[in-house]
Design a protein around this ligand. Structure first.
Ligand SMILES: Cc1cc2nc3c(=O)[nH]c(=O)nc-3n(C[C@H](O)[C@H](O)[C@H](O)COP(=O)(O)O)c2cc1C
Length: 190
Protein backbone atom coordinates (compact mmCIF):
# COMPACT_ATOMS: atom_id res chain seq x y z
CA UNK A 1 0.00 0.00 0.00
CA UNK A 2 1.45 3.38 -1.02
CA UNK A 3 1.79 5.92 1.81
CA UNK A 4 -1.06 8.43 1.91
CA UNK A 5 0.04 11.93 0.90
CA UNK A 6 -0.94 14.44 3.60
CA UNK A 7 -0.59 18.20 3.19
CA UNK A 8 -0.07 19.92 6.55
CA UNK A 9 -1.05 23.61 6.43
CA UNK A 10 0.17 25.63 9.42
CA UNK A 11 -1.68 28.91 9.93
CA UNK A 12 1.42 30.54 11.44
CA UNK A 13 4.93 30.94 10.09
CA UNK A 14 6.16 32.86 13.14
CA UNK A 15 9.59 31.96 14.50
CA UNK A 16 8.89 29.74 17.50
CA UNK A 17 5.23 29.29 16.49
CA UNK A 18 3.41 26.75 18.65
CA UNK A 19 1.26 25.77 15.69
CA UNK A 20 4.35 25.11 13.60
CA UNK A 21 5.63 22.92 16.43
CA UNK A 22 2.31 21.09 16.49
CA UNK A 23 2.41 20.75 12.69
CA UNK A 24 5.85 19.12 12.89
CA UNK A 25 4.79 16.89 15.81
CA UNK A 26 1.83 15.77 13.69
CA UNK A 27 4.14 15.25 10.70
CA UNK A 28 6.41 12.94 12.74
CA UNK A 29 3.42 10.94 13.96
CA UNK A 30 1.98 10.71 10.45
CA UNK A 31 5.30 9.31 9.23
CA UNK A 32 5.22 6.75 12.07
CA UNK A 33 1.69 5.85 10.96
CA UNK A 34 2.99 5.17 7.44
CA UNK A 35 1.88 8.38 5.69
CA UNK A 36 3.87 10.86 3.62
CA UNK A 37 3.41 14.34 5.13
CA UNK A 38 4.53 17.63 3.61
CA UNK A 39 4.43 20.85 5.67
CA UNK A 40 3.40 23.91 3.69
CA UNK A 41 4.89 27.39 4.25
CA UNK A 42 2.21 30.02 3.66
CA UNK A 43 4.60 32.92 4.29
CA UNK A 44 6.87 31.74 1.47
CA UNK A 45 3.96 32.13 -0.98
CA UNK A 46 4.23 35.93 -0.53
CA UNK A 47 0.53 36.46 -1.17
CA UNK A 48 -0.83 40.01 -0.95
CA UNK A 49 -4.12 40.62 0.85
CA UNK A 50 -6.87 39.60 -1.57
CA UNK A 51 -7.94 42.57 -3.67
CA UNK A 52 -10.35 42.28 -6.60
CA UNK A 53 -8.70 45.16 -8.45
CA UNK A 54 -5.29 43.51 -8.13
CA UNK A 55 -6.75 40.25 -9.41
CA UNK A 56 -8.36 42.04 -12.37
CA UNK A 57 -5.09 43.80 -13.20
CA UNK A 58 -2.56 41.03 -12.58
CA UNK A 59 -4.49 37.77 -12.17
CA UNK A 60 -4.06 35.28 -9.36
CA UNK A 61 -0.52 35.33 -7.92
CA UNK A 62 1.90 32.44 -8.54
CA UNK A 63 1.92 31.70 -4.80
CA UNK A 64 -1.75 30.72 -4.96
CA UNK A 65 -1.03 28.38 -7.87
CA UNK A 66 1.79 26.82 -5.83
CA UNK A 67 -0.57 26.21 -2.91
CA UNK A 68 -3.21 24.83 -5.26
CA UNK A 69 -0.63 22.34 -6.56
CA UNK A 70 0.05 21.25 -2.98
CA UNK A 71 -3.67 20.65 -2.38
CA UNK A 72 -3.92 18.76 -5.67
CA UNK A 73 -0.95 16.54 -4.67
CA UNK A 74 -2.46 15.67 -1.31
CA UNK A 75 -4.93 12.88 -0.61
CA UNK A 76 -5.69 14.38 2.81
CA UNK A 77 -5.19 17.74 4.50
CA UNK A 78 -4.31 18.71 8.07
CA UNK A 79 -4.76 22.36 9.04
CA UNK A 80 -2.91 23.45 12.19
CA UNK A 81 -3.84 26.97 13.04
CA UNK A 82 -3.72 29.66 15.73
CA UNK A 83 -6.76 31.52 16.98
CA UNK A 84 -6.87 35.28 16.53
CA UNK A 85 -9.83 36.87 18.31
CA UNK A 86 -11.73 33.58 18.25
CA UNK A 87 -11.18 33.31 14.50
CA UNK A 88 -8.64 31.74 12.12
CA UNK A 89 -5.76 34.09 11.24
CA UNK A 90 -5.51 36.14 8.03
CA UNK A 91 -2.38 34.28 6.81
CA UNK A 92 -4.49 31.15 6.41
CA UNK A 93 -7.79 32.69 5.30
CA UNK A 94 -6.16 34.95 2.74
CA UNK A 95 -4.10 32.14 1.19
CA UNK A 96 -7.18 29.95 0.79
CA UNK A 97 -9.27 32.87 -0.50
CA UNK A 98 -6.70 33.32 -3.27
CA UNK A 99 -6.67 29.59 -4.10
CA UNK A 100 -10.48 29.65 -4.31
CA UNK A 101 -10.20 32.14 -7.19
CA UNK A 102 -8.69 29.39 -9.36
CA UNK A 103 -11.29 27.16 -11.02
CA UNK A 104 -9.10 24.10 -10.43
CA UNK A 105 -9.52 24.47 -6.65
CA UNK A 106 -12.72 22.41 -6.85
CA UNK A 107 -10.91 19.29 -8.07
CA UNK A 108 -8.10 19.87 -5.57
CA UNK A 109 -10.26 20.52 -2.49
CA UNK A 110 -13.83 19.31 -2.88
CA UNK A 111 -14.47 16.15 -0.87
CA UNK A 112 -10.88 15.98 0.42
CA UNK A 113 -10.64 14.54 3.96
CA UNK A 114 -9.39 17.28 6.28
CA UNK A 115 -8.61 17.41 9.99
CA UNK A 116 -8.17 20.47 12.18
CA UNK A 117 -5.71 21.19 15.00
CA UNK A 118 -4.99 24.35 16.93
CA UNK A 119 -2.54 25.45 19.61
CA UNK A 120 -2.62 28.43 21.92
CA UNK A 121 -0.96 29.51 25.14
CA UNK A 122 -4.53 30.06 26.42
CA UNK A 123 -6.67 27.54 28.26
CA UNK A 124 -9.01 26.76 25.34
CA UNK A 125 -6.25 25.80 22.91
CA UNK A 126 -7.75 27.87 20.10
CA UNK A 127 -10.75 25.59 19.59
CA UNK A 128 -13.22 28.47 19.16
CA UNK A 129 -11.53 29.31 15.86
CA UNK A 130 -11.96 25.74 14.65
CA UNK A 131 -15.72 26.22 14.41
CA UNK A 132 -15.25 29.07 11.95
CA UNK A 133 -12.50 27.18 10.13
CA UNK A 134 -14.76 24.15 9.81
CA UNK A 135 -17.44 26.34 8.23
CA UNK A 136 -14.96 28.10 5.95
CA UNK A 137 -13.42 24.90 4.62
CA UNK A 138 -16.58 22.84 4.30
CA UNK A 139 -19.51 25.03 3.31
CA UNK A 140 -18.09 26.63 0.21
CA UNK A 141 -14.88 24.76 -0.54
CA UNK A 142 -16.54 21.38 0.08
CA UNK A 143 -13.69 19.91 2.08
CA UNK A 144 -14.68 16.89 4.13
CA UNK A 145 -13.82 18.18 7.60
CA UNK A 146 -13.66 15.36 10.15
CA UNK A 147 -15.46 15.68 13.49
CA UNK A 148 -12.23 14.72 15.30
CA UNK A 149 -10.10 17.74 16.23
CA UNK A 150 -7.62 18.82 18.91
CA UNK A 151 -6.84 22.14 20.56
CA UNK A 152 -3.56 22.14 22.47
CA UNK A 153 -3.92 24.50 25.44
CA UNK A 154 -1.01 26.10 27.33
CA UNK A 155 1.02 25.46 24.22
CA UNK A 156 3.96 27.39 25.65
CA UNK A 157 4.49 24.43 28.02
CA UNK A 158 3.13 21.63 25.83
CA UNK A 159 6.18 20.45 23.85
CA UNK A 160 9.26 18.45 24.80
CA UNK A 161 12.69 19.51 23.51
CA UNK A 162 12.45 16.86 20.81
CA UNK A 163 9.14 18.29 19.56
CA UNK A 164 6.60 15.81 20.96
CA UNK A 165 3.61 16.71 23.07
CA UNK A 166 4.78 16.32 26.66
CA UNK A 167 1.42 15.09 27.93
CA UNK A 168 0.79 11.45 26.99
CA UNK A 169 -2.98 12.00 26.84
CA UNK A 170 -2.50 14.87 24.39
CA UNK A 171 -0.09 12.81 22.28
CA UNK A 172 -2.72 10.04 22.19
CA UNK A 173 -5.43 12.55 21.28
CA UNK A 174 -3.23 13.79 18.42
CA UNK A 175 -2.69 10.22 17.27
CA UNK A 176 -6.47 9.68 17.40
CA UNK A 177 -7.15 12.63 15.10
CA UNK A 178 -4.43 11.57 12.66
CA UNK A 179 -5.54 7.93 12.63
CA UNK A 180 -9.11 9.03 11.89
CA UNK A 181 -7.84 11.18 9.01
CA UNK A 182 -5.85 8.30 7.50
CA UNK A 183 -8.68 5.79 8.03
CA UNK A 184 -11.24 8.07 6.36
CA UNK A 185 -8.88 8.79 3.48
CA UNK A 186 -8.17 5.11 2.89
CA UNK A 187 -11.88 4.29 3.03
CA UNK A 188 -12.59 6.95 0.39
CA UNK A 189 -9.78 5.70 -1.86
CA UNK A 190 -11.63 2.40 -1.98
C1 LIG B 1 -4.24 39.40 16.92
C2 LIG B 1 -4.17 38.27 17.90
C3 LIG B 1 -5.33 37.78 18.46
C4 LIG B 1 -5.28 36.69 19.35
N1 LIG B 1 -6.45 36.16 19.81
C5 LIG B 1 -6.42 35.01 20.52
C6 LIG B 1 -7.63 34.32 20.83
O1 LIG B 1 -8.72 34.71 20.50
N2 LIG B 1 -7.53 33.14 21.52
C7 LIG B 1 -6.32 32.62 21.88
O2 LIG B 1 -6.30 31.53 22.48
N3 LIG B 1 -5.15 33.25 21.61
C8 LIG B 1 -5.18 34.43 20.92
N4 LIG B 1 -4.02 35.06 20.58
C9 LIG B 1 -2.74 34.53 21.09
C10 LIG B 1 -2.21 33.45 20.17
O3 LIG B 1 -2.81 32.21 20.52
C11 LIG B 1 -0.70 33.36 20.33
O4 LIG B 1 -0.09 34.57 19.89
C12 LIG B 1 -0.11 32.16 19.61
O5 LIG B 1 1.24 32.01 20.02
C13 LIG B 1 -0.20 32.32 18.09
O6 LIG B 1 0.11 31.11 17.46
P1 LIG B 1 1.60 30.73 16.98
O7 LIG B 1 2.43 30.54 18.24
O8 LIG B 1 1.44 29.46 16.24
O9 LIG B 1 2.13 31.85 16.13
C14 LIG B 1 -4.03 36.15 19.71
C15 LIG B 1 -2.86 36.67 19.17
C16 LIG B 1 -2.92 37.70 18.27
C17 LIG B 1 -1.63 38.21 17.65
Amino acid sequence: MDPLRVLIVPGSARTGSFNLKLAHAAGSLLRELGAEPVVSDLRALELPIYDGDLEAAEGVPDGARALLAQFAWAQAVLVVSPEYNAFPPPLLMNAIDWVSRLAEHKAAMNGKPTALLSASPGMLGGIRSLLALRQFLSLNLGMLVLPQQLGVSQANKAFTDDGRLADDKQQQALQGVLSALLKTTRALQG
